[in-house]
Design a protein around this ligand. Sequence first.
Ligand SMILES: [Zn+2]
Length: 331
Amino acid sequence: MKCSVRYAIVSVAVSAACVLGGAVAGYLGVFDPVLTPVTQWFQQTVQSHNNDIENSTAELEPPHESVSPFYVAATLDLTTVPEYSGSPVVEINGNQPEFLPEQLESTEAFELYSPLDHLGRAGVAFACLGPETMPNQSRGDISMIEPSGWNSDTYVFIDGGFVFNRCHLVAHALSAENANAMNLVTGTRYLNKQGMLPYEQQVISYIESTGNHVLYRSSPIFVGDELLCRGIQMEAISLEDNGAGVCFNIFCYNVQPTITIDYATGATSYEGASNSEEVAQLYVLNTNSMKYHLPDCKTVKDISPRNRQDITATPSDIRAWGYKPCGVCKP
Ligand SMILES: [Zn+2]
């Protein structure tokens, strides 16, 4: 049955959230063994949501949307995560997600999003995803949302132009969430496409092919009062088969190769010539074929203006952007 009710536990006051601070750590449960209050809260939340569904005859979209009554910050200790060194993703905890045993007991779908914090930053998104949480409509407009650290800097060498995307903590294809500010963070194109997307696609394919459920937690990791997260921790486990289909715990770096990012504000810059041994010179990029050429290459005239970008840069930077040298002019 495709029934659902939009509902939210309207927020407990901030002071109450502070009182519950210890319990929040319990809810995340990674380090703090004291979980009872929030575990109860969590179970009540899901139960209350289910009662709403049972009592409703309305057909509303999207399903299973709810709001945590307080901000849930991530607990991953960034000092335990290696510096970015060329791979968009690193495994955490041996790739084993850190859910609590009682969180694995039910396959009832739910979605919980943390209210934005005092700096307007998104917190942990936690969900049990299944066929019933997936959209039956194409994605809507989200351009009115400006997550913390947002800017619209563009660089000609980035696929799509914009260095930042509005990254869904829980992908629209899994959650049917569109312009939900609690589910969006400012993330680089690289984070979105090279980091998160392959894992999101894995979960989507698994649910589509099995009809099973996946417990899923997406945690933006901020340092201090920085507005831009350093990355997103993604944890997932398939429930009906105890992780045989999906099981991961990863950190996706919020970086863009060759771009310098100020995480306090979200400001970005490209200084160029990352390798001082090389000299920056003019090249022609084909943003469609992802090849780069010398300006006098005879094939350059065939590049559609839409796909052509002329840029002064070093070959190593250009390769870091994902471009390959043309086989004709061999730049
Ligand atoms: Zn060429």
